[in-house]
Design a protein around this ligand. Structure first.
Ligand SMILES: [Zn+2]
Length: 165
């Protein structure tokens, strides 16, 4: 049986010869990965529907080891950078949350609000380096806060792993 789900495409990675592994955040299911078979072939209509940043309706079936996308069509596109989508792919969890869905499909994502919805507490957090209470950046892999002064001391590559608010 195949369900129709509204979802945001977070990432798309080529795997095998002609397939993609797609990371989606769905209104009803939260974050999950699904296989798009043959989507890398030139005439695949799945390929263009599954561009990161697209809002889509997606239909998939459950296989033994994974979900396989059998249909997808684009209903809109978010004004969000690939780098922000990658950050979302890291911090979002597999549980569905209506408030998170509404927030990330909003025009401009309120990162501080998102961090709160995901269970962290920026209001009572301390900068990891100088212990200032005035935090304005959150590291997504190791999950700690920095104040703006300490954040600005980082080089541009290190800054890529932070959400700033
Ligand atoms: Zn600091």
């Amino acid at each position: 049986m195949a369900d129709l789900n509204k979802a945001l495409v977070l990432a798309k990675e080529p795997i095998r010869e002609s397939d993609y592994l797609v990371v989606l955040y769905s209104e009803k299911l939260g974050k999950f990965s699904a296989l798009a078979k043959s989507a890398r072939k030139i005439n695949s209509k799945l390929n263009s529907a599954l561009e990161p940043g697209n809002l889509i309706y997606v239909k998939f079936v459950k296989g033994k080891n994974n979900l396989t996308i059998i249909d997808a069509f684009k209903i809109g596109v978010l004004n969000i950078t690939i780098s922000d989508l990658e950050k979302l792919a890291v911090i979002l969890s597999g549980s569905a949350d209506k408030n998170i869905w509404n927030l990330i499909t909003n025009k401009n994502i309120d990162w501080k609000e998102l961090i709160k919805l995901l269970g962290w507490d920026p209001e009572n957090a301390y900068c990891l380096k100088c212990h200032s209470k005035d935090v304005s950046a959150f590291e997504i892999n190791r999950q700690f806060f920095l104040c703006s002064k300490c954040f600005l001391k980082l080089d541009s590559k290190e800054r890529l792993d932070f959400l700033t608010f």
